[in-house]
Each structure stands twice: as structure tokens, then as C-alpha cells.
Design a protein around this ligand. Structure first.
Ligand code: ATP
Length: 366
């Protein structure tokens, strides 16, 4: 994670009131954003939410309908695409397939007029940064594997030495292991170069592993922007909560006495019931992540207790996920470390969680 203390106060990138329409269709609206120099900033959102559109506006492949984009004190959206000090790494890498690895990486350096010997030295440095040894320099792109091509594209992007690097799902075509390796490499690279990275992905996991901050885009609008742990642990809406992984969402109502909170099919400790601060004019939902619900023995205590039948059991590696059917047909998602006592399919179990492991979401009623 980039140390916040070394970030300058003036944002490197500032977006104000950005809107993009295609014909009558509004693809982006009310986009305001400040990105700090050296930040790893990730935009996630479902398909069609406007991620690619936003990146296209930033790199100058599309023109906005309204609003402005600033690079420090300069109106970036008035700079032609080919003169913007930004660089883009796409999922489709746009490498020159019939050229050598060296020629590909050196391309930006050649444009800048760097002499051949210096170019080669720099290209070899960049390749070694991505663990591609010297013998790759003369290889052709079509002799390289998918993962190697991805590293070459990253080396070339760095050769441009841009102010900001934009990434549009650069890892989505790779297999799981390679993706995991490159996620870590990208994060290390980010720390080493101190560059500003703006990254787009569908993948929550990718976003969480690498980013300083995450923005959730929904139907062309930012739904929430914050550090990864805040987005995961304290989402402001049920949409963000569900988008960031498996979750249990419980509608909260007033209890019969009207003084505390109630959740259907849960018994709640008096302290927890009184501590939940229900907003009467909002939709109140209690969020609990699967890992925060415990399988209880008959004598165990918890603020919230319920029972349910184990309907499904899935091994996730070090943990097991259980699908538990509560009374009323509601399904709960519960995860337990494999060394803790588990449960078997069909068994009726007692489950519980404490208030401090839950998060209250209060949303405007639409
Ligand atoms: P994905 O994750 O599937 O790539 P995305 O979040 O990147 O999706 P965009 O490609 O930005 O989404 O598209 C946002 C919306 O704008 C979509 O509904 C899309 O159909 C629409 N759109 C994008 N480009 C155009 C265009 N040139 N003309 C009309 N509509 C467009």
C-alpha cells in the first residue's frame, strides 16, 4: 500500500461533473473523483456499468457530454489523445505480433528519439523487472506465452513513462494461477515505481488485493468510493455489500415493544436489540459476512442466534462454505475454517453472530 504521507495534496487527477451520453442513452453521470499521486485506484462494477466508457474519456478515445478532467492544473480533456501523458494497458494487448520482444518494448523509447544502445539497456532493465531474462529480447511475440505477453505489454507501458497508467482488465484472459502471480507483481511494481495506477476490473478479489482505494460503479454512477477494507466491511448499500462477495443481509424492524430491533427468525440479546439504531425513514439492513457467522454448540452464547438445516456444503480450500436453510426458507451463507467443528448435510445446526461483527446499512427508500 502506498504510504499516504508521501502523496502530494494536489490530486494528480480530478474529475468534475462528468457525464457521457451515447445518443439518448446516459452511460455516465455525476462523476466526481480525485485521485492522489501514486495511488492504486480501482474501478469495479458489473458489465455495462460504464467502466470502459470512463477510461475512454480519460485517455481521450471518447469525448464527454459534460464535465471536466484535470491532470494537476491542466484541462486534460482538451489535450488530444496522442499528446496525453497517460498510457493504457488493454486486455487485448496491442503488441506488434511480428516484431521481437525488444522492438515492442523499445517502441515508445524510439518515438522519444532515444539512441539505440540506450534503448536496448532500458528495454532489458524493464524486461528483467518482469522476470523476463535477456534471451527474451530477440524472441518474437508469437513465440511467447499469454502470461509472457502480458508482462511484455506492461514493460512497454512503463517504457512510455506516463504520468498515469490506465489498465482495462489486463488480467481477465489469463488462468487463475498466472492472474494471482501477476496481481502481486503489479502491486510490487506499483510500489517500486510510485506511479499512479487506475485499474478497471470485474473482479472483487483483484481489486481487494491490489488497490489503495476502490470505486464501485453502478449504472453510470459511483455508488461508493473508499479503501478496500471499508468497501468490504462497511458498504453503504446492499448493492455494494452483495457486489463485494458473499453476504447475508437481514431486514431490521422494530421489536414488538417498539424499543429495540428485531430480525425475523433470530433471537437477539437485549443489549444488541437496544444498540441497533434504527433510522425510521430508511431501509435498515444488517449485513453479516459468511465468515462472521459461527456454528454454535447448545451452550454457546451470541447476540444473534438462529437455527437452520445444512442444505449445501462446499470446500473452499482452507475453509468450508455452508448453505443453511433457516425457518421460512431463507438461505444463509456461513463459512468456517476447516479446523473448527463443522456440520454435515441435512443436519439442523445452531448459528450465531455478535453485533460487533455486523454492519448496519441504512438506505433511502426508493
Ligand atoms: P463491461 O464490463 O461489460 O465491459 P462496462 O462497465 O465497461 O462493461 P461500458 O462499455 O462502459 O460498460 O458501457 C456502458 C454502457 O454504455 C452500456 O450500456 C453500453 O451498451 C453503452 N455504450 C457503450 N459504448 C456505446 C456506444 N458507442 N454507443 C452506444 N452505447 C454505448
Amino acid at each position: 500500500r502506498s504510504p499516504v504521507s508521501v502523496m502530494t495534496e494536489l490530486p494528480i487527477l480530478q474529475i468534475a461533473g462528468l457525464r457521457k451520453e451515447y445518443g439518448g442513452f446516459v452511460a455516465l453521470k455525476d462523476i466526481d473523483l480525485k485521485v492522489r499521486e501514486g495511488e492504486f485506484f480501482t474501478i469495479v462494477g458489473p458489465s455495462g456499468s460504464g467502466k470502459t466508457t470512463l477510461i475512454k474519456l480519460l485517455v481521450g478515445m471518447e469525448e464527454q457530454t459534460e464535465g471536466s478532467i484535470w491532470l494537476r492544473n491542466t484541462r486534460l480533456d482538451r489535450v488530444p489523445a496522442n499528446r496525453r501523458p497517460t498510457c493504457m494497458v488493454f486486455q487485448s494487448l496491442a503488441l506488434f505480433p511480428h516484431r521481437s520482444v525488444g522492438q515492442n518494448v523499445e517502441f515508445p523509447l524510439k518515438i522519444k528519439g532515444m539512441p539505440a544502445a540506450e534503448r536496448k539497456k532500458r528495454a532489458l532493465e524493464l524486461l528483467s523487472m518482469f522476470r523476463l531474462p535477456e534471451n527474451y529480447y530477440g524472441k518474437h511475440i508469437n513465440q511467447c506465452s499469454g502470461g509472457e505477453r502480458q508482462r511484455i505489454a506492461l514493460a512497454r507501458a512503463l517504457a512510455f513513462d506516463p504520468e498515469i497508467l490506465f489498465f482495462d482488465e489486463p488480467l481477465s484472459a489469463l488462468d487463475y494461477r498466472l492472474r494471482k502471480t501477476l496481481e502481486k507483481e503489479l502491486k510490487a511494481l506499483h510500489l517500486r515505481t510510485g506511479k499512479t495506477f487506475i485499474y478497471i476490473t470485474h473482479s472483487l478479489e483483484e481489486a481487494m488485493v491490489m488497490s489503495d482505494r476502490i470505486a464501485i460503479l453502478r449504472e453510470g454512477r459511483f455508488e461508493q468510493i473508499g479503501p478496500a477494507d471499508e468497501i468490504y466491511n462497511r458498504p453503504q448499500s446492499c448493492f455494494v455489500a452483495s457486489f463485494m462477495g458473499d453476504v447475508n443481509l437481514f431486514a431490521v424492524a422494530r421489536d414488538a415493544a417498539g424499543s429495540g430491533a428485531a430480525i425475523a427468525h433470530f433471537s437477539i440479546s437485549a443489549e444488541a436489540a437496544a444498540a441497533i439504531d434504527i433510522a425510521p425513514d430508511k431501509k435498515n439492513t444488517l449485513m453479516v459476512r459468511p465468515e462472521s457467522i459461527r456454528i454454535l454448540s447448545e451452550n454457546d452464547l451470541a447476540d444473534f442466534i438462529t437455527r437452520g438445516r445444512v442444505a449445501g456444503q462446499y470446500l473452499l480450500g482452507s475453509r468450508t462454505q455452508y448453505e443453511v436453510e433457516q425457518e421460512g426458507g431463507r438461505a444463509l451463507v456461513v463459512e468456517a475454517a476447516n479446523h473448527t467443528p463443522g456440520a454435515s448435510a441435512g443436519e439442523v445446526i445452531r448459528l450465531g453472530f455478535d453485533l460487533k461483527q455486523a454492519h448496519l446499512i441504512q438506505e433511502a427508500v426508493s
